[in-house]
Ligand binder design. Sequence first.
Ligand SMILES: C[S@@+](CC[C@H](N)C(=O)[O-])C[C@H]1O[C@@H](n2cnc3c(N)ncnc32)[C@H](O)[C@@H]1O
Length: 272
Amino acid sequence: MNYRHAFHAGNFADCMKHAVLVWLLRALMRKPGPLFVLDTHAGIGRYDLRSSPAARTGEWRQGIARLLDDPPPALGDYVDLVRALGLYPGSPVLVRALMRPDDRLACCELHPDDAAALRRHFARDGQVAVHHRDAWEALGALLPPRQRRGLVLIDPPFEDAQEFAALTAGLAVGHRRFATGVFAAWYPIKHGAPSRKFRSDVLETGIRDVVAVELCLRAPVDATRLNGCGMLVVNPPYRFEADVPPILTALLDRLGDREPGEGVTMKRIVDE
Ligand SMILES: C[S@@+](CC[C@H](N)C(=O)[O-])C[C@H]1O[C@@H](n2cnc3c(N)ncnc32)[C@H](O)[C@@H]1O
């Protein structure tokens, strides 16, 4: 396990993922029933962007820094949360900030140091459980939740080429156990072919009601660069397809450098 999220926290891909995550949580919380959130690849929860290692890569300067300077109205909800939470919040801290008293969060993190850091952060929090365990195994073990309504965020590090296949298999396992859950799976777009294959592999699983929203900073032709990223969502809440593209278009307007091929797309992969 070489991937450490601290090098990448706050970059454009994190902003995309977290802006969609906040929209999903708000949408699910429009209903009063208690919600269970499973964050399968949770990281450490909070990141100090001004010190090493985030400062070493400086990726956040082309990401969250540009939003904090001048937040577009469509991203106000997300940016206000980032401001209010102080150190740059990762997914579990964002989720926790929005949770109501009956909601629960389970986080999995496999790196021992990161799992320990996250456990310290939530040590006195009775609504959050931190598991030092493998995400793919946890999708079988922790679902379905007692609450019956839930969001599963799957955010793998994509350290190797097998991760797309693991993600498809993980979605199939999770969905078999919790067919009514909302699943949000983040994926990188370097070259177009792997993400196209991922979308068609998900189609093959037989899971229904699947959409994917993608943001590209440039045409995905140079496979050595992170040119964009996507979020594939199973059982998207009402208005996802209408509400989320304008949020990502506003994000691209701030974070993009007007390179050829930049854009936001919403694709319906499988009908309801
Ligand atoms: C992209 S980062 C997660 C960032 C986090 N979701 C956020 O938005 O703030 C991926 C994390 O998954 C962890 N990880 C890698 N393989 C894992 C596995 N099989 N099970 C659980 N965690 C894993 C890594 O240590 C890393 O912290």
